[in-house]
Design a binder for this molecule. Structure first.
Ligand code: 3PG
Length: 314
């Protein structure tokens, strides 16, 4: 029987990307089953029963999903962050997990600039804003997304700074950014952009102490994960500082947390607090194509050639 690849995307890819994914799977003789825009976990639990492989986005793959996935051999997160996969559970079941690093980096970087300009121009309300040229942006994490933002920042005439515990300072300097020795050192700059994964170490790590250090007009940009920010502290910072801005593509799922931040800032015009309605960083035609096709190719290469280049470890 032909292998079945399940495309399970609560937030659907563009139709063009799905056609391209299907072209890859059908060339390999596999069937593509589609579960897009689904509303309940039960739908996913049903769909997974027949899947040999899964392509997901931020969709959660946990023990409950794995318990129903009798045939599953591989799950590929079409994107970068894989905090939605319970890697201990997949490893426990002998299921290989992968991501597609870098494939959506440019899309996220462009959104960072979209949000920065919207904020700097007072959400186009007719008052005088400011320009980004000569301003400083500091990156917490200097992987593919941060580097793509840095490249655009160079075009805007901005100065880049970066801290990444896994990248040597010389390498950061070679890429044209000034290395910063500590996380706290990043918060001396007007813009701080988060590009770290959600881990035990980064969870709630962006706190009041750091945010209060930021210079006038201090702006935190979060296209990473909402949990990296200490939400209660963020509410306090909004109350304490009238100049502070938070530009966020990863609004808290928790409605109360979101409302608390919105109430604290009292920003009716979307200058100081930007929340996208859904995570939009990777939601471009190009990023959908890049991530989706990479995921499909990785699944075919895994089954046909045993390739595990992007395999993840718990
Ligand atoms: C990622 O980690 O790749 C991004 O957060 C994109 O997530 P999405 O595929 O759910 O939009």
């Amino acid at each position: 029987k032909a292998r079945t690849v399940l495309l399970a995307t609560e937030k659907a890819f563009a139709a063009d990307a799905v056609s391209k994914i299907e072209a890859v799977t059908s060339a390999a003789g596999y069937k593509l089953a589609r579960l897009e825009n689904y509303k309940s976990k039960d739908d996913l639990l049903k769909a997974v029963a027949d899947a040999d492989a899964m392509i997901i986005r931020s969709d959660k793959v946990d023990q409950a999903v794995l318990d129903k996935a009798a045939k599953l051999k591989i799950v590929v997160r079409a994107g970068a962050g894989y905090d939605n996969i319970d890697l201990k559970a997949t490893e426990g079941k002998g299921v290989v997990s992968m991501n597609t690093p870098g494939q959506n980096a440019n899309a996220v970087a462009e959104l960072v600039f979209g949000m920065m300009i919207t904020s700097a121009r007072n959400n186009y309300d007719g008052t005088s804003g400011f320009e980004l040229v000569n301003r400083s942006i500091a990156f917490y994490g200097f992987g593919a997304v941060a580097r793509a933002v840095h490249k655009l920042a160079q075009g805007f005439g901005m100065k880049s700074f970066a801290y990444d515990p896994y990248i040597p300072a010389e390498k950061i300097a070679e890429m044209g950014a000034t290395p910063v020795a500590t996380v706290a050192g990043l918060f001396e700059h007007q813009y701080v952009s988060l590009h770290v994964p959600l881990t035990a170490e980064t969870k709630a790590s962006i706190n009041k102490e750091l945010l209060m250090k930021m210079p006038k007009g201090g702006t935190l940009i979060n296209t990473a994960r909402c949990e990296v920010v200490h939400e209660a502290d963020m509410v306090e910072v909004f109350k304490a500082r009238q100049d502070f801005c938070y530009l966020c593509d990863v609004a808290p799922d928790d409605k109360a947390a979101k409302e608390a931040m919105t109430a604290a800032v009292g920003d009716k015009f979307g200058k100081r607090l930007i929340f996208t309605a859904k995570k939009m960083g990777a939601q471009t035609l190009e990023a959908n194509d890049n991530c989706g096709v990479a995921a499909a190719n990785q699944i075919v290469a895994f089954f046909e050639k045993g390739e595990t280049r992007f395999a993840l470890k718990a």
